[in-house]
Unconditional design. Structure first.
Length: 353
């Protein structure tokens, strides 16, 4: 019954409502459907999920859905997750034009019910896009578009892409073909590194669990936990855009690959040094190498470097002028490298190349 009601409402916006709008306001259904052409809007996705992959990737889903809506309307929509901002304040103040929310969990607060209005429910997860009542034309355009789009094969493929259950490191049901909704982007940019895409995917899982809205305590953002300063260096302006984030992350990785492209470093140790530098910074890795050289240990072999890292947090055991970036515990970096490569071994065995 619920699905039949939703279909009736959708048909109203596809067939009846555009006709009424045309007779009342003198606009054709075609011009009405492109009411937002040339507009610049801000959207905020206020939905949890994606950290645990069996919950799907709702932020990524709405990011792509909003982009497809913008493409259809020939308008521009800048999208960001809510993070620590008050989504209702952002919407009511005009800083956000479209608020994506869970219709059941995050129902509209009573004090705002006369100021905002929600779209049709967009999928079986009861999620809606909310706008200010003064922006009712935006709602009309959204409902008109979604009234037919959610019955297309393209939409069904999109929903399956983001809400299917993806395997992680536990492949109880045998080999899989996909790891995330972003595999096609990961494959594209991994080629620029000369890496197996599954290695880059393992790094991204380590950083964000494939959650586009991830943000660290160090203010690193998105799938590859890229710092704003890094993004700026590569002319990237939206770290929540999956492709822009992966582009920025892989450009930084490529610089590290070139940094460690030395005859003394074999291919496996190059990867380990790159991963360590991605996590701790190339300056920290240079400190580790200086300590190794002081201890007459091979500074180009990661397993050798691992033995000197514990010394970097104990004053008096090594000259402090070797540590140009201060003392360093290194436990996080050691785990970072080991866990990425361990997961990569699983991916190589059970994920199609």
């Amino acid at each position: 019954m619920r699905s039949i009601l939703k279909l009736i409402i959708a048909l109203f916006f596809i067939i009846i409502h555009p006709v009424l709008s045309s007779s009342d306001e003198g606009h054709s259904a075609e011009s009405y459907s492109f009411h937002l052409e040339g507009s610049h809007l801000n959207a905020m996705v206020n939905i949890n999920g994606g950290m645990y992959l069996n919950h799907g990737h709702p932020v990524g889903f709405h990011f792509e859905l909003l982009n497809r809506f913008a493409s259809h309307q020939n308008c521009n929509i800048k999208i960001s997750p809510a993070q620590d901002k008050d989504p209702w304040e952002q919407l009511l103040s005009g800083k956000t034009d479209i608020l994506v929310m869970d219709a059941q969990k995050d129902s509209i607060p009573e004090e705002f019910s006369d100021k905002v209005i929600a779209s049709l429910e967009l999928n079986s997860n009861n999620q809606v896009w909310v706008v200010r009542k003064s922006d009712f034309p935006i709602l009309q355009s959204m409902n008109y578009w979604f009234g037919y789009y959610n019955h297309t094969k393209e939409y069904k493929n999109l929903e399956n892409k983001y809400y299917r259950i993806y395997s992680r490191t536990n492949f109880n049901n045998g080999p899989v073909n996909v790891l995330s909704p972003y595999d096609h982007i990961i494959k594209q940019y991994s080629r620029q590194l000369g890496w197996d895409w599954r290695l880059l995917a393992s790094l991204i899982y380590q950083e964000s669990k494939f959650k586009v809205s991830a943000r660290s305590s160090r203010n690193a953002y998105g799938l590859m936990q890229v710092l704003p300063s890094t993004a700026k260096a590569y002319d990237i302006d939206n770290l929540y855009d999956p492709e822009q984030n992966i582009k920025a992350g892989t450009l930084f990785l490529r610089r590290l690959v070139n940094l460690y492209n030395k005859e003394e470093i074999d291919s496996l140790n190059k990867i380990k040094l790159v991963l360590a530098a991605y996590n701790a910074g190339e300056g920290r890795v240079a400190d580790i190498q200086r300590v190794a050289e002081y201890k007459q240990i091979n500074q180009y072999h990661w397993d050798s470097l691992k033995t000197v890292i514990p010394l970097m947090n104990h004053k008096g055991e090594i000259p402090m002028d070797l540590l140009k970036h201060g003392s360093f515990k290194g436990i996080e970096t050691l785990n970072f490298v080991d866990e990425i490569l361990g997961r990569y071994d699983n991916y190589k065995a059970l994920v199609k190349k």
